[in-house]
Design a protein around this ligand. Structure first.
Ligand code: PMP
Length: 404
């Protein structure tokens, strides 16, 4: 029967994934997001969360969330353009613009949707071009693919190769057809992770900004893993590199990582944000995040800016982990951020290493293709300001007992 064929196809695919050690499953947590959690009923010391500053369970944020729920209820009820845009959303957009040194900011319900929305809004035809780093996050890859533009992927952080590709696709498009003269403008958009999510290294944003300006291309930096963590006040990689709105016209940041809540924002010029409000379909046609999430994020933004000790402690832990892991001879990657992957290679080995750690009460998930390129499966260790030096010692001891 046709319907049975339909099911047998997906079962074959599931079997194939199992046999290649690529099968994924969720775990159930019965505690808040913090280093010591109860997961699948067992106590676990967790080194795989993106809650880099340890804010997801902060009492100030819980209080702000509860107060806003009392005032505004739970659901936002509608999209921002209908009547779902409440005072906490407005205040958060203004605070995020000020925090990032941009004229305006626009809230999206998730980072994935923010990336899709920007690319879709800016790119109008198959003649437009997206230039994407090979190691960009899946949401940026999908943003390029779904926008219907030409997708050009350049080797990781290779700005000279990007420069060549920009020259090969000039900004002007010859007009075809009789009697037409001149050329039409083609939109070109360079998209990159700020901090690469699976490697932990950073994009050469100064050089990217120079290339974008030289070639009149848009530059969008997805700083999901830099916001809160990098820069003097935690405003991210662009603050650390001293780049402003003129250098990087489109900044995307997420709220579900260092800021400890959920959702995302795009920050940029007044005109860019007005344009997104009119055209970004993943913003227009979706329900606004609950107002209480925006209120809790306002509280976390305050903590991010005033409690710089969190970033300082994180730096201490990063140094401690790297020194210890180097002594153990573990293959680390070139990262100075809280993302400290241990490169394993085969998915089978990465799974075995992760499950050995799990048996000793430590959770570090194995990251496998297609999230990372073939033969580069890894344990993605992430550090948080909520970890103690003793927590990191425990991880190093366990890694020492269970080498790859
Ligand atoms: N960009 C990057 C670089 C990410 O790592 C992620 C999340 N893992 C996203 C975008 C998507 O953000 P969200 O989880 O808010 O959809």
């Amino acid at each position: 029967m046709a319907s049975e064929r339909k099911f047998s196809r997906i079962l074959t695919e599931l079997d194939s994934r199992r046999s290649r050690h690529l099968y994924r499953h969720t775990r159930v947590a019965d505690s808040p997001q913090q280093p010591h959690m109860t997961i699948d009923g067992k106590p676990m010391l967790v080194f795989c969360s993106n809650d880099y500053l340890g804010l997801a369970n902060h009492p100030d944020m819980i209080r702000a969330f509860q107060q806003a729920a009392n005032t505004y209820g739970v659901g936002s009820g509608a999209a921002h353009l209908v009547n779902g845009h409440s005072r906490p959303h407005q205040q958060l957009e203004e605070a995020l613009a000020e925090f990032t040194g941009r004229e305006r900011a626009l809230l999206f319900s998730t980072g994935y949707m923010a990336n899709l929305g920007v690319a879709n809004a800016l790119l109008a035809s198959r003649h437009d071009v997206v230039y994407a780093d090979r190691l960009n996050h899946a949401s940026l890859v999908d943003a390029g693919l779904l926008a219907g533009a030409k997708l050009v992927r350049y080797p990781h952080n290779d700005t000279s190769s990007l420069g060549k590709r920009l020259k090969e696709t000039p900004p002007n498009l010859p007009l075809s057809g009789e009697g037409q003269e001149g050329s039409a403008a083609r939109t070109r958009l360079i998209m990159t992770d700020g901090v690469f999510s699976m490697d932990g290294d950073v994009a050469p944003v100064r050089e990217l900004a120079r290339l974008a300006r030289e070639h009149d291309a848009w530059l969008m930096v997805d700083d999901a893993h830099g916001i809160g963590v990098l820069g003097e006040t935690g405003a991210g990689l662009l603050e650390a590199e001293g780049l402003n709105q003129m250098d990087v016209p489109i900044l995307m940041g997420t709220l579900g990582k260092a800021l400890g809540t959920a959702g995302a924002f795009v920050a940029g010029s007044h005109d860019l944000i007005e344009y997104l409000i009119q055209t970004a379909r993943t913003w227009i046609y979706t329900t606004a995040q609950p107002p209480a999430v925006a209120a809790a994020t306002l509280a976390s933004l305050h903590l991010v800016q005033t409690e710089s000790w969190r970033r300082e402690h994180l730096q201490v832990l990063i140094r401690q982990f790297r020194q210890g892991a180097e002594q153990l001879g573990l293959p680390l990657m070139a990262s100075d951020t809280p993302i400290q992957p241990i490169l394993v290679g085969s998915s089978e080995q990465a799974m075995a290493m992760s499950s050995r750690l799990e048996k000793s009460g430590i959770l570090v998930t194995a990251i496998r293709p297609p999230t990372v390129p073939a033969d580069t499966a890894r344990l993605r260790v992430t550090l948080s300001a909520a970890h103690t030096v003793e927590d990191v010692e425990r991880l190093l001891e366990a890694l020492g007992r269970n080498p790859s």
